[in-house]
Design a protein. Structure first.
Length: 259
C-alpha cells in the first residue's frame, strides 16, 4: 500500500530510541524526511545515521529538551513547516501521589501535556493553509485504564487527551488530523526501568518482574517499537484521512473491555 507521504517532512520527538525511534524509522521507510529530537546527542546522532543508511531520506538531528521553550524553538527553527508531528516525551516517574509536590506535577504537565500543545499551536495553522497535516500524540494505555503508580502520567496525559478531543474536530475539514496512540507494554528502556524500580522494592530480580509482566499480557509478550511505528506511519498517511480525534489503544488486547 502506498501511504502517499513520500517527500513529506516529519518532526518526531524523543526519537533516539524506543517508540519514538520506531515511529521515525517507519516514516522514513515511507520516504518521509525527518527532523529527529532527543536530549542525548550521541544516541540521537547514532539513530539519525542508522535511519539515513537504511532508508536514504534526509534526517536532521536536533539535540534539545522539547519540554522547554528553548528546545521547541530549536526544533521549529530546523523545521518551520512540518507536514507531520509525532509528539512524544519520557513519562514521569512512578510513585505515590502523597510524595509528589507541585513541582513534580508541573514537570509532568510540561512534558506530557503542555509541550505537545505548544508544538501544535506553533504548526497547525501552517498545516491548515497547506491543506495537509498529521499529528500523532504518543500517550499511554493509562489514559484508558489508569495505573495507580503512574498518577502523574494518568493526569497529564488525560489532560492532553481532553484538549485534543476538542481541537481535532476544529481542523479536520482542512485535511489535518490529530490522533493519539495509547501504548500498552512495549519492549523499551522505559519498561525495563519500571521493572528495575519494582524489583528493587519487591526483592525480585528485574528479569523475574519482566517475565511476570509478560505473562500478564494477552499475547504473552511485549509489543515492539516496529509494531508501534507501523501504526503511527499509517495514521500519518493519506490513507488515514478519515481517522481523526481517536485514541487508539495498542496493547495486544490486554485491556479487558468491550470498548
Amino acid at each position: 500500500m502506498d501511504f502517499g507521504i513520500t517527500g513529506r517532512t516529519a518532526i518526531v520527538c524523543a526519537s533516539s530510541k524506543g517508540l519514538g525511534k520506531g515511529c521515525a524509522l517507519a516514516l522514513a521507510e515511507e520516504g518521509v524526511n525527518l527532523v529527529l529530537n532527543a536530549r542525548g546527542k550521541d544516541a540521537l546522532e547514532a539513530t539519525a545515521q542508522e535511519i539515513r543508511t537504511k532508508t536514504g531520506v534526509k534526517v536532521t538531528a536536533i539535540a534539545a529538551d522539547v519540554t522547554t521553550p528553548e528546545g521547541r524553538a530549536a526544533l521549529l527553527k530546523a523545521c518551520q513547516a512540518p507536514d507531520i508531528i509525532v509528539n512524544n516525551a519520557g513519562g514521569p516517574p512512578m510513585g505515590d501521589f502523597r510524595d509528589w509536590d507541585r513541582d513534580a506535577w508541573v514537570k509532568a504537565l510540561d512534558a506530557n501535556m503542555l509541550a505537545p500543545i505548544e508544538l501544535m499551536k506553533a504548526t497547525i495553522d501552517g498545516m491548515i493553509s497547506r491543506r495537509f497535516g498529521r499529528i500523532v500524540n504518543i500517550t499511554s494505555s493509562a489514559v484508558k485504564a489508569p495505573i495507580p503508580s503512574l498518577g502523574l502520567s494518568n493526569g497529564a496525559r488525560s489532560g492532553l487527551t481532553g484538549f485534543v478531543a476538542g481541537l481535532a474536530r476544529q481542523v479536520a475539514r482542512h485535511n489535518v488530523t490529530i490522533n493519539n496512540i495509547l501504548p500498552g507494554s512495549f519492549d523499551t528502556d522505559r519498561l525495563r526501568s519500571g521493572a528495575e524500580t519494582t524489583a528493587g522494592k519487591s526483592g525480585q530480580t528485574t528479569e523475574a518482574v519482566l517475565e511476570e509482566w509478560k505473562q500478564s499480557e494477552a499475547t504473552g509478550r511485549f509489543g515492539t517499537p516496529a509494531e508501534f511505528g507501523a501504526l503511527c506511519a499509517f495514521l500519518c498517511s493519506t490513507r488515514a484521512g478519515y481517522i481523526n480525534g481517536q485514541n487508539l489503544l495498542l496493547d495486544g488486547g490486554t485491556y479487558p473491555g468491550t470498548f
